[in-house]
Unconditional design. Sequence first.
Length: 131
Amino acid sequence: MTTARTGGGRILVLVLAGVVLVALVACSTLAVLVWNSGREPAARSLLVRNERPTPITIRVVKPAAEHEYQVLGGDAEALPVNDDCAQVQRIALDEAGTEVARADGVCETMTWIFAADGGIRLEAGRIEPTG
């Protein structure tokens, strides 16, 4: 009779250990979900860096709307990249309103650099000024 109780006790201990393990995993998963819910997802953006002394206007043309952003000389502006990114035209205009560059269909985080020497380049990722 003692043997039957010991065997039943072992089963009970194993069942309880399993329940505790499942509860621990569930609580850990819930904690991770709660932690991540308070964090913003990494937003995609087009960082416009104007290293020139004069302002640049960026005209953003979407299927349903058009916006203009002015980036002052020596300044930078992060423009959002949304889900309709493939259809969006981004046109850079100088002070006279003349088109100097385009960055159409940008769908990832990139940096559009208007260098002081007149050069213009589009680079992958967010590249902050070094000086």
